[in-house]
Design a protein around this ligand. Structure first.
Ligand code: FNR
Length: 388
């Protein structure tokens, strides 16, 4: 395999490896994909100050978050169906994250259960991303399972009240649960290596992949009609629900999908410990603002009261630093480790994250910073964004 030097290389390798339907499910956005373009543009126009002759050849990227110290301000974002990208994909992501001593956030919509991931990656710091299901009893059972699996932090995703309009999935015949179609079957058959190393392995071991956190009676659902109401994402979620979860969960709570000062202030009131300023990677609401454009205002409004994280569009180490400079404490990455996972399993995810860290380090040296706090104080030369 050619050397993978940047996000585009990893993405290209993923494209070659995965069926088109699965690749586009990971890679693309929603509707006209305006949000994705805007996220890219909002990051690209930020410039850092260069500082020369600082006498620095090393920069310390240590980050404090929730009274813990991490070697780098990165978190592997929750991504549904990572276990389709590679056999045991969630375990591989957890292991890659663990080797870098960063958290891995497990999606509610994983192919491997939280218990299975814990077993496969015993030393990893696992967070659980929660989609609140219509059936609250089942939702609370999932919280109990997470607690028993040693999950420290709950990430409640609030920006997906319904299934976004992603037309390419329909064009590609890609749906979850899988509905067999000629196009979908031809697509899958066109990637025999993936078929053999992922789907055949599941069928020979744990059975065909499905959402592992669904209760057993829903797991075998392979048609859309069979997805029970109980495990559909609650579309009418409100702040009262967050308060209820706060009462039930003694660990940290992060609310993911905040893009306004009003909702950030409300998150503080609801007792959250953190928020993720996120546009869901441009996958949900196509006319949502880009996180980089709203982050400074949100940081000014609640930055002292709550831990702010951000995500969407990170493809370079400098993108991570941009979110930090705009007011984020740590940054989640979704697609990049998935591209790595598709390209070369655990090693690929590890390499993609390591590449990001290398780029962060070199950018910090160019900026003349000795640590992240030093960098954040004086980072931005021009942005087009309101300064904090
Ligand atoms: C996601 N994301 C996501 N978020 C979430 O809260 N629960 C989920 O199940 C998923 N699933 C998911 C699947 C795939 C394939 C992708 C690419 C993303 C969103 C994710 O957590 C994160 O917000 C974005 O991926 C960040 O943008 P980048 O880094 O992918 O550009």
């Amino acid at each position: 395999m050619a050397r993978l030097l940047n996000a585009e290389d990893f993405r290209g390798a993923a494209r070659k490896r995965l069926p088109k339907g699965l690749f586009e499910y990971i890679d693309r956005g929603t509707e006209a994909e305006l949000a994705m373009a805007d996220i890219r543009h909002s990051l690209d126009r930020i410039k850092f100050k260069q500082s020369v002759l600082s006498g620095q050849s090393q920069c310390d990227m240590t980050t404090e978050l929730f009274d813990r110290s991490y070697p780098t301000p990165l978190i592997v974002a929750p991504t549904a169906l990572a276990g389709l990208v590679s056999y045991d994909g969630e375990v591989k992501l957890a292991r890659a994250a663990s080797r870098l001593q960063i958290p891995f956030c497990v999606s509610t919509q994983s192919v491997t259960s939280i218990e299975g991931i814990r077993k496969g990656a015993p030393d990893s710091e696992l967070w659980l991303q929660l989609y609140v299901w219509k059936n609250r009893e089942l939702t609370w059972q999932l919280l109990d399972r997470a607690r028993n699996a040693g999950v420290s932090t709950l990430v409640i995703t609030v920006d997906t009240p319904l299934s976004p309009k992603r037309e390419y999935n329909q064009h590609n015949g890609f749906s979850v649960p899988f509905v067999p179609s000629v196009r979908g079957v031809v697509d899958v058959l066109s990637r025999p290596a993936w078929l053999g190393s992922v789907m055949m392995r599941y069928s020979m071991t744990s059975g065909m992949p499905s959402y592992a956190h669904y209760p057993a009676e829903f797991k075998t659902a392979i048609t859309r009609d069979a997805v029970a109401q109980d495990v559909q994402i609650e579309s009418g979620l409100g702040w009262d629900d967050i308060a209820q979860i706060r009462d039930r969960w003694s660990g940290k709570i992060i609310i993911k999908g905040i893009l306004s000062e009003k909702d950030a202030v409300q998150s503080v009131k609801a007792g959250a410990d953190g928020i993720v300023v996120s546009a869901h990677g441009g996958r949900n609401f196509d006319v949502a603002p880009a996180p980089a454009n709203v982050l400074p205002g949100i940081a000014a409004a609640v930055g002292e009261k709550i831990a702010i994280m951000a995500d969407s569009g990170v493809r370079r180490g400098s993108d991570v630093l941009k979110y930090l400079a705009l007011g984020s404490r740590s940054v989640l990455v979704g697609r990049l480790p998935l591209y790595g996972l598709a390209a070369a399993g655990e090693e690929g995810a590890f390499d993609a994250l390591s590449m990001l860290m290398d780029e962060m380090h070199s950018n910090l040296i160019f900026a003349g910073a000795k640590n992240l706090e030093d960098f954040k104080k004086n980072a931005i030369a021009s942005s087009g964004h309101p300064q904090r």
